[in-house]
Write a protein that binds this ligand. Structure first.
Ligand code: NAD
Length: 357
């Protein structure tokens, strides 16, 4: 297979983790006989420094013609005080919008090797934690109109609108069911249909879409219950599909309980252009340039890219297994270090993964 990847390393630890993840991609290409060409593009703080914009037009163009996009992270204290209109994070929101990335896929998995880092009691996670939150990313209350602040009856008043039409719900539901087909074939749709009209439409449409995936088991939870169930018994979940606001909160909750932010990858998908793959963590300016960054989330982002963008299951599994084997063999970066394990820097742990591919 021949594919072209746009690489945006970004700021802070971004260049360190991305360059290591690309070494893994090159090794996989060699092993399985693929060719992954790539070009680099600027985003975030480094783009501001070089072009005055956090998302130069050339970056948008490069992403639009790529078969997949890999992102490190953006932001840092250097740009904290600049005009909010051109902050590094604007680059991130801008590229999601430009590529029409309406679905955010965030797996949260507790590897048995890192069970000690989990924030839940061992008896609660004895059956494991391996779920994926599929969050709608471009609609719902974050973008609904009308929205604003005004004085009503002499009182300062703020308002937003939670709105979804059936097309927006249908397309995110399809993404969730397709993801479930590659996993344990279970989808839990999260809404607040006991209170919100928008959720009643959401539920109706998800049930309609489910008919196209007879192998997938569909369940529904109200968001308050879903938040509880995530910490009470996370093993019951496979794929959770939900709107923008609920997904924002639940995906953070799901990932933080694993206890290892440096281990978690994510994908943002649309239909018109290629998907964007990135670690969920930020640019970690506190450890940038010191060789301390954990590259495993970015390496696992590559694995997600191979699976979801190119349908290369064996190659994706090969990376996941190599990461697991590296941890099983006791190698750790500082953020996941435990007593008795072997401390590695960013390059060393990547070497260990590559040896195990
Ligand atoms: P952060 O995720 O960058 O860091 C939080 C903590 O986790 C830090 O102590 C950091 O050292 C550690 N950490 C994060 N990733 C790590 C890794 N791979 N290996 C080892 N340790 C790791 O979050 P923050 O400190 O809130 O934000 C720093 C900057 O990143 C800010 O400018 C923020 O806006 C930006 N940010 C960017 C993204 C993104 O690009 N997607 C996401 C979140 C935050």
């Amino acid at each position: 297979m021949k594919k072209h990847i746009c690489v945006m390393a970004g700021d802070g630890i971004g260049p360190e983790i991305v360059s290591q993840a690309l070494r893994v991609l090159d090794k996989v290409a060699e092993k399985f006989g693929h060719e992954f060409t790539r070009e680099e593009a600027l985003i975030g703080g480094i783009a501001i420094d070089n072009t005055g914009s956090p998302l130069p037009e050339a970056t948008i163009e490069a992403c639009k013609k790529a078969d997949a996009v890999l992102l490190g992270a953006v932001g840092g204290p250097k740009w904290d005080t600049i005009d909010p209109a051109i902050r590094p994070e604007k680059g991130l929101l801008g590229i999601r919008k430009a590529l029409g990335l309406f679905a955010n896929l965030r797996p949260a998995r507790l590897l048995p090797e890192l069970a000690g880092a989990c924030l839940l009691r061992p008896d609660i996670v004895k059956d494991g934690l391996d779920l994926m939150v599929v969050r709608e990313l471009t609609g719902g209350i974050y973008f609904g109109k009308p929205a604003g602040t005004e004085v009503r009856d002499g009182k300062r008043t703020g308002f937003n609108t939670m709105i979804y039409n059936e097309d927006e719900i249908r397309r995110i539901a399809h993404i969730a069911f397709k993801a479930a087909m590659k996993r344990k074939k279970k989808v839990c749709s999260v809404d607040k249909a006991n209170v919100l009209d928008v959720s009643r439409v959401w539920r109706e449409v998800v049930i309609e879409v489910a008919k196209e995936y007879p192998e997938v088991e569909l369940s529904h939870l109200y968001v308050d219950n879903a938040a509880m169930q995530l910490v009470r018994d996370p093993s019951q979940f496979d794929v959770i599909v939900t709107g923008n606001l609920f997904g924002d909160i639940l995906s953070d909750e799901a990932s933080v309980i694993t206890g290892s932010i440096g281990m978690l990858a994510s994908a943002s998908l649309g239909t018109e252009y290629a998907g964007l793959y990135e670690p969920i963590h930020g640019s970690a300016p506190d450890i940038a340039g010191q060789g301390k960054a954990n590259p495993l989330a970015t390496i696992l982002s590559i694995s997600m890219m191979l699976l979801h963008e190119f349908d290369l299951k064996d190659e994706a599994m090969c990376i996941e297994n190599a990461v697991r084997k590296t941890l099983q063999d006791g190698f750790r970066t500082g953020d996941i270090m435990e007593e008795g394990k072997i401390l590695c820097n960013t390059t060393e742990i990547t070497d260990k993964v590559i040896e195990r591919l």
